[in-house]
Ligand binder design. Sequence first.
Ligand code: PMP
Length: 441
Amino acid sequence: MSQAASRSNEPLIHHWMPFTANKQFQEAPRIIARAEGVHYWNTLGEQLLDGVSGLYTTPAGHGRREIREAVTRQLEELDYAPAFQFGVPGSFRLAHELAQMLPEGLNRVFFAGSGSEAVETALKIAIQYHRVRGQGQRQRLIGRARGYHGVNFAGWSVGGMVKNRDAFGLGLPGVAHMRHTHIPENRNVMGQGEHGGIDLADDLQRLVDLHGADTIAACIVEPIAGSTGVLVPPKGYLERLRAICDKHGILLIFDEVICGFGRTGHAFAADAFGVTPDILTMAKAITNGNIPMAAIAVREDIQQAILDAAGPDAVEFFHGYTYSAHPVACAAALATLKLYRDEDLFARAAALTPKFLERIASLADIPIVTDTRGYGLLGAVDLAVDGSAGKRGFAVLRRCFEQGLVIRVAGDTVVFAPLFITTEDELDQMFALLRGVLKTV
Ligand code: PMP
């Protein structure tokens, strides 16, 4: 397949693209113009397979009529209403539906516009919760190396990506990190590693010993670290984190922006691993990627503590976004949740999982592959570094695109997150194409 060029001659320089080597992109643009089902088309009309569900956003398939119609109906009825002091019908319905779906106890839902906003919201809820209970000294936030919690200030600070520190400096004060859970013992293991790693959760206990539990508000982790290359928690790890948080009154936050809505074969990763956090963030697949939206679920008593402290007429939670609970996003989300139910899509993800993980595992025989791993419909393949870090990964991304496959790379790690409606034949096409590319880079 030839490079997808821009259809006309309009310049590409004015759009400053996110997380992109802009100059390199302008020289060899990869422009996606249309999508349907599990396929994209570039501006030349050439077809590509989507190996990442958009950006973990679109598991039910691109171009879903049901969502489009719900969005159109909503735009015709109510395009926007103020998000503060007023409500729209869809947000109450959506929060109610999410409360039914979420792990037991997480039944109060706040809305935001992106995963990054969801993370900031969750962390602010945690801090205010402690303050209203007379524990205002609990300000410290614990994250994890190789965590990704979005791009806003608290989110990148609790995240563990070195590039953020290189680019933006110190970040938020009062943040400490645990180690990540990607250990050599669990190399080429599909699902949860059983060869150790549970003790990595004791990093939290060490931080408690060092700083004092009464200074720590919350511990935030992705159940499976997604953006830094699919780091699956070893068996027992999340359970131990939960126990340490319980022992010391620390709120446990699961960032399920990638894991939520069926990616693990369950509604949430919390269900898959049998560990319930105090606060859970979600985004991306909540609207099947059709409209930006995110949500933050908390336990009722967390909300209640903040409500009660404010008194009857006061604004309880001094936080919100112009686009919190946007009516069009709510309509898209309601239509999406209906699709998940009507088409039993989480069960479909669960059924596809062994076939997918088998194919991820099958790449281990390629000489440049140094690790393969995955959980649910989330899989990763580490490549040996060739020259500078990330060079080989990017070369693979480019070649895959040229040959008709969209993947994601995190440095030199190839990440797959197929749509739940992907067929076995389509998986075969993806992996045959990738295998061919990996043999030539
Ligand atoms: N948290 C996690 C776990 C994520 O994976 C992401 C995005 N990949 C975010 C937060 C940030 O979401 P957004 O890009 O929508 O701000």
